[in-house]
Each structure stands twice: as C-alpha cells, then as structure tokens.
Design a protein around this ligand. Structure first.
Ligand code: G3H
Length: 194
C-alpha cells in the first residue's frame, strides 16, 4: 500500500473575496495552512525513502507546498484550475448579473458547461488523464496540491464516483484526503488541519 495525499491550496486572496480563477497569493490563513501542511507531511512521510510533491503551475499551490522539504517537487500544467475563460477573476454574483445566460447554463449542466474561451469539467477530466496514469505508475507516495475542480475530478476517479456527481463533490479547504493505493476497495482518511 502506498498513500496519495490530496489537498487544495491554502485559502487564497481570491477565495477570501469570492473570486474564481486568477493567480492570487495566499491569505494569512492560507499561509498558516502551508506551515501546518509541511509539518503534517514531514511526520506522515517520515519513514518513506522517497515521495514526491506535485503542484499546479499557479502560485497558490506552489506557495502552499513551499515549506515541504526533502522531497522533489513537480509542477504540472495539467493540475491548473479549471479555466473560467471570460469569467476568470469574477465572483459568481458578477457572472449572474452580467452574463445570466451563462450562469444559468452552467447551473443546468455543470459537468458539460464550457466557459466561453475556457473549459468544462469534462475538459478538465480529459486533461487529467496523463496525471492519473503517472499517479498509478508511481511506486512511492505522492502529495498532490491542487485546486477544487481538479481534486473533485481526481477524487472521483479514485473513489469511482459517477461523472455527473463530480462538479458537486464537497472539497473543503485546509483538509488532506489520504487515499491508499494498491489495496482492494477504497480506503480514505481525512485530516482537517484548520
Ligand atoms: O475557481 C474555480 C473553482 O474552484 C471551481 O469551483 O467548479 O464549483 O465553480 P466550481
């Protein structure tokens, strides 16, 4: 058995203001999570000869992993958050007011809805394929620091959730989901650090 640890980035300045996308830094709370995550990972993976830390290319995940030392870090573009296209940087309230049709279409079919000049959940699930292949192929533990839509998709893959549920899976901040690979069935543990 080999653990895979999944976590969202610490709270970002955009999370604080209810904005989606962008490339914000962490809030003060997000910084605290980064520190706590590092001690957790160091303790949890203490006995491991090797492990790797995967982030997206966005600052909020790189900053969240910044205090983790002793293991190689890999940045994956495929782990970047769903591209909200023309809605990037907006709040859901702003989208609802200025683009009510877009807002409504997404609400009706969040899995298939594609943001204009951006992505749908189905697009995200497709681009995660190489990440999943590599996660399966690894022989040592992996810590994945990524984003809400990304982690919903990865989590659904490892726990066999139906496609239509993916966009609605609860994926809280400041919580680590540990999944055991190489054991029958799904074994998960959750650690809420903040
Ligand atoms: O910034 C994007 C959000 O993390 C994705 O959440 O798919 O529920 O809008 P959503």
């Amino acid at each position: 058995p080999r653990p895979i640890l999944l976590t969202r980035h610490g709270e970002s300045m955009f999370n604080l203001n209810g904005r989606i996308g962008g490339d914000p830094e962490l809030s003060a709370t997000g910084d605290i999570y980064a520190t706590k995550l590092a001690s957790f990972v160091h303790k949890r993976l203490k006995s491991q000869h090797s492990a790797s830390i995967w982030t997206s290319t966005l600052r909020r995940t790189i900053l969240t992993a910044t205090h983790i030392t002793g293991f190689p870090k890999v940045q994956w573009r495929a782990l970047d958050e769903i591209d909200a296209g023309i809605c990037d940087g907006m709040t859901y309230e702003e989208i609802k007011e200025t683009m009510p049709d877009e807002y409504q279409s997404r609400k009706l079919d969040k899995l298939r809805y594609r943001y204009p000049r951006g992505e749908s959940y189905l697009d995200v699930i497709q681009r995660l394929e190489p990440v999943i292949v590599e996660l399966e192929r690894q022989r040592s533990p992996v810590v994945v620091v990524a984003h809400q839509a990304i982690l919903r998709s990865l989590y659904a893959y490892f726990t066999d959730k139906p496609l239509d549920e993916i966009p609605h899976i609860e994926m809280p901040l400041h919580t680590i989901i540990e999944i055991q690979m190489g054991v029958p069935g799904v074994q998960e543990k959750r650690y809420k650090l903040l």
